[in-house]
Ligand binder design. Structure first.
Ligand SMILES: [Ca+2]
Ligand SMILES: [Ca+2]
Ligand SMILES: [Ca+2]
Length: 411
């Protein structure tokens, strides 16, 4: 990410300037005894580098030479650092220090205590603590998923296309059909499942597997009948039979519109097979969530920002809230982007449900029913704003750790 590099660059430049302006040792490095330290010595010119590199090398052991930037890295006694810094051909002496990439686990993942789930339960339950389960799948009903993204590697296992009522429905494992020409679905997928692999970002459930259910076109719109069909197909899963192990466990819908009988019936169909449905409350600043979020079988999710504030556009009276302002996640084409909306809040809850169900199975329990999942999420949510349920925050901020903890203590 360009942003990362720029941050590191600025930090590096600042420390170089500080050293350059004052040859004092860095704060925290009191001169105690003569311990060996690792420093980077920068020379003023190429000529200086060539003429004096040998001299400095004799004062310690050379770890690395970077002639292109006229620098060598030395391990030497602390007492020599100031002396080297005062040499006329030395431009700077800097302690070699660890550099971190931009935090892979972003604030929004920490805010819902997903990391606490990973850390607490992975010693006992392994990958289930990251959302992996042989039969655990989250269906992302959206614009498709850029499945080739290096931070979503091997996360998408199956693809459905039901787009604009075309008669060319697709179901199968040719994931190209579910590629994402918009970016929205890829962003949602990353919040759920971006891998914990040392780069980019990490999702709430960084080992969960996904179904890409493409029902919205490149502009992000589609027919409600396509959404209904997508819900039905996700419920049935690859074996085309509802009520079997390969059914979606969670259907995540970062979309909404007006009430519709076919949408309602599709929601009830999924719900009747034990699928947990989660949907965005909507971004119209309305007093009620849009549909399908407003149906009682669906968990409606509103947005909060990093300061726990509800933006004016987040529709009121959701069940729960989750981070949804300036969320960094994966984007089409392989990059990353910031996005805001109840669309971004929703996948935090969907992925939390995957953590719950994966850990229920791993701990020898059965999966919870949709009603049980909703109860657990509501009863463990962090109450914000006015005490108890309130129109802005609903029952509060989803807390993945408390929810999982409660779910594992149920019979
Ligand atoms: Ca990552
Ligand atoms: Ca099935
Ligand atoms: Ca409240």
């Amino acid at each position: 990410m360009k942003r990362n590099k720029r941050n590191i660059g600025i930090i590096g430049l600042v420390s170089v300037l500080l050293i350059f302006l004052s040859f004092a040792p860095l704060v925290g490095y009191a001169e105690q005894g003569d311990q060996r330290v690792r420093v980077i010595v920068g020379f003023k010119s190429d000529a200086d580098y060539n003429a004096y590199k040998g001299l400095l090398s004799s004062m310690g052991s050379v770890v690395l030479e970077i002639a292109e930037v006229k620098a060598i890295v030395l391990e030497l006694p602390q007492s020599l650092v100031n002396r080297i810094a005062s040499l006329p051909f030395v431009r700077y002496v800097d302690y070699d220090k660890p550099v971190k990439i931009q935090q892979e686990v972003q604030w929004n993942i920490e805010m819902i205590n997903a990391t606490k789930v990973w850390n607490t339960y992975s010693p006992q339950y392994g990958d289930a603590a990251y959302g992996y389960g042989l039969t655990i799948r989250v269906a992302v009903v959206d614009t498709g998923i850029y499945y080739r993204h290096s931070d979503l590697k091997n996360s998408v296992t199956w693809c459905v296309v039901s787009l604009r009522n075309t008669k060319t429905l697709y179901e199968g494992t040719n994931l190209k059909n579910c590629d994402d020409p918009n970016g929205h679905g890829t962003h949602v997928a990353g919040i759920i499942a971006a891998r914990l692999n040392g780069f980019g970002v990490a999702g709430v459930a960084p080992k969960v597997l996904l179904y890409a259910i493409r029902v919205l076109d490149a502009s992000g719109s589609g027919y409600v009948s396509d959404v209904a069909k997508g819900i039905v197909e996700a419920t049935k899963g690859p074996d085309n039979n509802a009520g079997t192990d390969d059914d979606a466990d969670v259907i995540s819908m970062s979309l909404g519109g007006p009430d519709s009988p076919v949408l309602r019936d599709a929601v009830i169909y999924a719900y009747s097979y034990g699928v947990v449905l989660v949907a965005a409350a909507g971004n119209e600043g309305a007093s009620q969530p849009s549909y399908p979020a407003a149906y009682p079988e669906v968990i409606a999710v509103g947005a909060i920002d990093i300061n726990y504030q509800v933006p004016s556009w987040s529709n009121r009276n959701p069940d729960l809230v989750a981070p949804g302002v300036n969320i960094l996640s994966t984007w089409k084409g392989g990059g990353y982007a910031y996005a805001s909306g109840t669309s971004m809040a929703t996948p935090h809850v969907s992925a939390t449900v995957a953590l719950i169900q994966a850990l229920r199975l791993a701990s020898g329990h059965g999966k919870l029913t949709p009603d049980q999942v909703k109860d657990v999420l509501i009863s463990t949510a962090i109450d914000l704003g006015p005490s108890g349920y309130d129109p802005a925050y609903g029952y509060g901020l989803v807390d993945a750790y408390r929810a999982v903890n409660n779910a594992l203590n149920m019979s």
